[in-house]
Design a binder for this molecule. Structure first.
Ligand SMILES: NC(=O)c1ccc[n+]([C@@H]2O[C@H](COP(=O)([O-])OP(=O)(O)OC[C@H]3O[C@@H](n4cnc5c(N)ncnc54)[C@H](O)[C@@H]3O)[C@@H](O)[C@H]2O)c1
Length: 304
């Protein structure tokens, strides 16, 4: 029986993973440096993932055999203090890898990001293995993690599985300081009939994924035989691509009024170094990935 530890469990993805696992009555130990604002439907322990001894003792105490390691400082926040971002993203990765090896953890899920790509990655449609020179500290930590996944698998047989998530659209929690946050911010502003000032220019195209697809893709990747996986780093996945202008049209076609002005800031430069579209055919072929939620239904659901 799987007994799952989630780090960064109170973040945008973590709360949705908890909901998913509880539907199937699995044991979940949610951990975070923050405390939950409302009661969680699972065991919770306040724990800093940089405190290796604390995480190790929780793994032993709760007899954990699967880890979803979600803690990270995301792209835009990462640029505010790159040294700190490297420390949190990499030291936490190393702590989890060591704990996983020492405790014979069956599998670890660790999300990478489209931030691993850069302007030389042929951004119109980014394939699985293009040239990768990320422009942000966040992207550099994600690329380093991808390399370590491959290394630790060959060196220790450690089974870490990973997806390069695009921007994730969800409504339960606030986004955590990434470059695709505008989409949730604009949707929330439309629902509250507030004006919105968009930090990206109107025609900036980026790949996105609806939260249910993000969770499903991770669960599916974690469930297949390792022997079926041809990639031992991180897989491309995507739902659809969208620009702020297209989002405005979708919001309006759902009957909401929008008042948006554009004031691109430092995040525009990050977005300009990221893919417009993602080719996820290797995921489709290797482990049967197929998104369920396309642009129109994702926005329609997010506006409810
Ligand atoms: N949300 C997206 O659009 C997106 C896209 C691509 C990849 N990802 C990846 O998915 C993962 C989860 O992202 P998210 O959006 O849920 O992030 P988030 O910022 O919403 O949540 C991160 C959580 O980690 C917690 N945390 C921070 N420092 C900690 C520490 N030292 N110890 C323990 N907990 C700590 C925070 O309190 C927060 O609850 C990250 O690895 C991120 O890089 C997310």
């Amino acid at each position: 029986m799987d007994r799952i530890l989630i780090t960064g469990a109170l973040g945008q993805l973590g709360v949705e993973f908890i909901k998913y696992f509880k539907k199937y009555n699995l044991f979940v130990l949610a951990t975070d440096v923050r405390n939950p604002k409302k009661k969680l439907n699972c065991t919770f322990e306040n724990a800093d993932v940089l405190d290796k001894n604390r995480i190790d003792s929780l793994v032993k105490k709760y007899d954990i055999n699967i880890i979803y390691h979600l803690v990270a400082i995301l792209s835009a926040n990462g640029e505010k203090n790159p040294f700190n971002s490297w420390k949190l993203n990499m030291d936490s990765f190393q702590n989890i890898a060591e704990i996983a090896v020492e405790n014979r953890i069956k599998k670890v899920f660790w999300p990478s990001s489209i931030a691993v790509f850069g302007t030389e990655s042929k951004l119109e449609l980014v394939t699985q293995n293009p040239l990768m020179n990320p422009s942000t500290i966040y992207g550099i930590t994600k690329l380093a993690g991808e390399k370590l996944i491959d290394y630790y698998f060959k060196r220790f047989g450690l089974d870490i599985r990973s997806l390069r998530f695009p921007g994730i659209i969800s409504t339960e929690t606030q986004p955590g300081g990434g470059t695709t946050d505008y989409i949730i911010e604009m949707l929330n502003a439309a629902k509250k009939e507030n004006d919105y000032c968009c930090f990206l220019s109107e025609n900036t195209e980026l790949p996105m994924m609806f939260i249910d697809d993000a969770i499903e893709s991770a669960i599916k990747l974690m469930s297949v035989n390792r022997a079926d996986l041809s990639i031992s780093g991180s897989y491309n996945v995507t739902g659809f691509s969208i620009t702020p202008n297209q989002l405005i049209s979708e919001i309006q076609s759902n009957g909401f009024k929008t008042s948006v002005n554009f004031k691109p800031d430092f995040r525009q430069q990050i977005a300009d170094s990221w893919p417009k579209k993602i080719d996820d055919s290797v995921s489709r072929n290797d482990w049967g990935w197929k998104p369920k939620f396309r642009l129109k239904e994702s926005i329609e659901i997010a506006l409810k």
